[in-house]
Design a protein around this ligand. Structure first.
Ligand SMILES: Cc1cc2nc3c(=O)[nH]c(=O)nc-3n(C[C@H](O)[C@H](O)[C@H](O)COP(=O)(O)OP(=O)(O)OC[C@H]3O[C@@H](n4cnc5c(N)ncnc54)[C@H](O)[C@@H]3O)c2cc1C
Length: 376
């Protein structure tokens, strides 16, 4: 056998999985079709929100505690500021999932989540205009991750720990064998006892035999010029997420002093595969975010100067799938991160390392198993 484990895809989850496997002393090969930290999949665009009062489901919170520790550890090892705890404002009507779900997660897991009057928010952050009737919650321990730097840091540490990381090595197919797996690329075939598939928006085709319930959505991140320093990180502007009848929008503090990234979490066109998605900015990509800016962020020009197309890989219930392959026990995979997975990468990498090496995990991730969907 050439390797103990092959990791197919070295993006957000694959880089963390290589890092964990190498840290456990196994011979690991990570295969990535592009470069490490590229902009073709789901892990690019400078920043990702990280938070713990998880409105999507309180069961994620124990995993988040571990993910936080994982990011701090990686940042310390890398000697890089990968994780900025700038704080997060959650804004929405109290009955909407963003607010009610965050409160529920905070209560169940005793997290600090502070309600702040609108007048105080607008005084503290004059760049924000909030609608009457909105509830605002402040999570001080939340912030953002520097997404490409995180991927590169995890892959670099994996390599320092002995992993072989091959960029520009596209996997054409994988085959389960009596001894393990065979993974075929254009110039070489690799053999290993186990395979971990972290294909992001390509997961559906890499696991085509399973007919996973996944759909890929084209999402556009937009950077708008700011006027003055109202949104500057150094002036304390935080990350924000706002849910209303118009949609779900979010944004980050200005990191370059000139632009801020604002995007819509809702919506996005379904695409058959990432390769066929339009990369150029389309007129419809801006209108809804621009309308949000006009209403809530008066210090920003509403014509973007930069954009990045990225992909959400959605499951029907918008929760992740992390499991062993139901037919081939030597294969496990993580997919369907539904636009909110990046913050979990260190704990997902640890769970996948457990599944690859022992077939099971002690982490509380049973709610993310494939069998919750009918027919699996
Ligand atoms: C616009 C946007 C905003 C988001 N915001 C947040 C946020 O604020 N917070 C948060 O936590 N999450 C967020 N997410 C979600 C998060 O970024 C993703 O869930 C996460 O990055 C997915 O990681 P992944 O490893 O599954 O996919 P990827 O990082 O895309 O990795 C998959 C890798 O597999 C490789 N690959 C695929 N096929 C092959 C092959 N045949 N051979 C070799 N390599 C292959 C790909 O090239 C790629 O590098 C957001 C996502 C988007 C698109």
């Amino acid at each position: 056998m050439d390797y103990d484990v092959i990791v197919l895809g070295v993006g957000g989850m694959g880089s963390a999985t290589c890092d964990h496997l190498a840290g456990r002393g196994v011979r690991v090969l990570g295969l990535e079709q592009f470069d490490i930290g590229h902009d073709r999949g789901s892990s690019h665009g400078d920043t990702r929100i990280i938070r713990k009062a998880y409105f999507e489901h309180p069961d994620y919170v124990p995993l988040l505690h571990k993910a936080y520790r994982g990011w701090d550890d990686l940042a310390q090892d890398a000697g890089e500021a990968l994780f900025d705890r700038c704080g997060l404002l959650l804004v929405g009507q109290p009955h909407r999932a963003l607010i009610s779900g965050a409160r529920r997660a905070a209560e169940e897991h005793e997290l600090v989540l502070q309600e702040v009057p609108i007048s105080e928010v607008e005084r503290r952050f004059p760049g924000l205009v909030l609608s009457p009737g909105m509830t605002v919650l402040w999570e001080g321990d939340a912030g953002y991750l520097c997404v490409e730097a995180c991927v590169r840091a995890a892959a670099s540490r994996a390599a320092r720990r002995g992993a072989a990381i091959r960029a520009a090595e596209r996997v054409l197919r994988w085959t389960a064998t009596a001894e393990g797996v065979e993974v075929t690329c254009a110039g070489a075939t690799y053999r290993a006892e186990r395979l971990v598939i972290c294909g992001g928006p390509w997961a559906g085709e890499l696991l085509a035999g399973l007919r996973l319930p996944l759909s890929v959505r084209r999402k556009v991140q937009l950077w708008f010029p700011t006027r003055g320093g109202l949104y500057a990180r150094e002036h304390g502007f935080p990350v924000f997420a706002m849910q209303s009848e118009e949609g779900f929008f979010y944004g980050f503090p200005s990191l370059d002093g000139a632009t801020i990234k604002v995007a819509e979490h809702t919506g996005g066109d379904v695409v058959a595969r990432p390769e066929v998605a339009e990369r150029a900015l389309q007129p419809g990509d801006v209108a809804r975010v621009a309308a949000f800016i006009v209403e809530h962020l008066p210090g920003i020009e509403h014509r973007p100067t930069r954009h990045a197309v990225c992909f959400y890989t959605m499951t029907p219930d918008e929760h992740f799938i992390i499991d062993r392959h139901p037919v081939h026990a030597q294969v496990c995979f993580a997919a369907g991160f539904s636009g909110h997975g990046f913050k979990f990468a260190p704990i997902v990498g640890s769970i996948l390392a457990d599944l690859a090496l022992t077939g099971t995990t002690a982490e509380p991730s049973g709610f993310l198993r494939l069998s919750r969907f009918q027919g699996f």
